[in-house]
Design a protein around this ligand. Structure first.
Ligand SMILES: Cc1ncc(C[n+]2csc(CCOP(=O)(O)OP(=O)(O)O)c2C)c(N)n1
Ligand code: SF4
Ligand SMILES: [Mg+2]
Length: 312
């Protein structure tokens, strides 16, 4: 058994283990879609057989960033838009950790957009959940990169002049190897997609539609939705890049026309993850870097010790 996790410990896992011992009163508003993400995430954990001490959750800033407070695992509530670089470092230091990053549309597609592109491009093995409520929720409803064209807010009182970004297409172009969209109103699909994303070996991006009844009054509640895998109307091959691109393009257009399509869009099981590639080329050691920190005999320079030395 690793010193850093309970991996290998065969036992039944209950989703309630992911509820903190002293559960804080959730500060999300009644009817907020964020509750749906929390519920689906807790349900997905027993499906993938992970214990709380095998999981590290990295969040950005926003209502969505509060997920850490209500989910029992290792965690790091990072700064705005920066959950991914911190999550990457943790995964590289301890590849046995199940790394999950989460944040809002403003956090991940706006201020943190560059991190998303490069984390996807490098195919870091982790799951990234973006709570997409089409606005900045925590700061009271400003326009976000996914707000529809013409959407009025305090920052765009005459309506947003520009078209929203296309998160699924952008992720595909960047190099993500698992891309899905689900919605808080569809918990059964959501938990299955989260479980698949966690089990995927590479960068898995879930665009999670989360309604904000407080600040996005004219936002859809994302119903009725269509699960593209269940519908007879759609039958694209998820491992075909071109077909996935076309399906994403349609989905992104339809969201703003009032039709909500959800499901799996792209799954590439062939491309190696960043860690796998680096270990294969010998650039990274086989054993977790994190273990070296506790190894008194390890011959390596501790950045922290060095820092202290230079400032004596
Ligand atoms: C560097 C920095 N800039 C701006 C802010 C203010 N801020 C806090 S949350 C937020 C936007 C949150 O929107 P989103 O990421 O969509 O999350 P939501 O609240 O909708 O879940 C902003 C701009 C900040 N905390 N840090
Ligand atoms: S402001 Fe919106 S996103 Fe934030 S907790 Fe309330 S309903 Fe949820
Ligand atoms: Mg938001």
């Amino acid at each position: 058994m690793s010193a850093f996790s309970a991996i290998g410990d065969e036992r039944e896992i209950d989703r309630d283990e992911f509820t903190p011992g002293i559960e804080p009163q959730a500060t999300w508003c009644p009817g907020c879609g964020d509750f749906g993400v929390l519920k689906a995430l807790k349900q997905a954990m027993p499906m993938v057989g992970r214990n709380p001490d095998e999981v590290a959750l990295f969040t950005g800033i926003g209502c969505s960033g509060k997920l850490n407070s209500y989910f029992n695992s290792y965690g790091f509530h990072t700064i705005h838009g920066r959950s991914l670089p911190v999550a990457r470092a943790a995964k590289l230091a301890n590849p046995e950790l199940e790394v999950i990053a989460a944040g809002g549309d403003g956090d991940g597609y706006g201020i943190g957009g560059n991190h998303l592109i490069h984390t996807a491009r490098e195919n870091h093995d982790m799951t990234y959940i973006v709570f997409n409520n089409e606005i900045f929720g925590l700061t009271k409803g400003q326009t976000s990169p996914t707000s529809p064209k013409g959407h009025k807010s305090k920052t765009q009182p005459h309506g947003s002049a520009k078209s929203p970004i296309r998160p699924l297409s952008q992720s595909l172009n960047a190099g993500a190897t698992y891309i899905a969209r689900t919605a808080a109103v569809n918990p059964n699909q959501a938990k299955e997609i989260i479980a698949e994303a966690i089990e995927h070996d590479g960068f898995a991006h879930i665009d999670f539609l989360t309604q904000c009844p407080t600040w996005n009054k004219d936002a859809k509640h994302y119903v009725p939705y269509t699960d593209i895998q269940q519908s007879d109307e759609y039958d694209h091959n998820v491992s075909d890049r071109q077909e996935a691109a076309e399906m994403m393009f349609q989905t992104e257009n339809k969201l703003y026309e009032g039709e909500v399509l959800t499901g799996r869009y792209y799954v590439d099981d062939q491309s190696p993850s960043y860690g796998e590639e680096k270990r294969a080329t010998g650039e990274m050691p086989e054993e977790p870097l994190a273990e070296r920190y506790f190894d008194e005999d390890a011959e390596w320079e501790r950045t922290y010790d060095e820092l202290l030395h230079h400032h004596k």
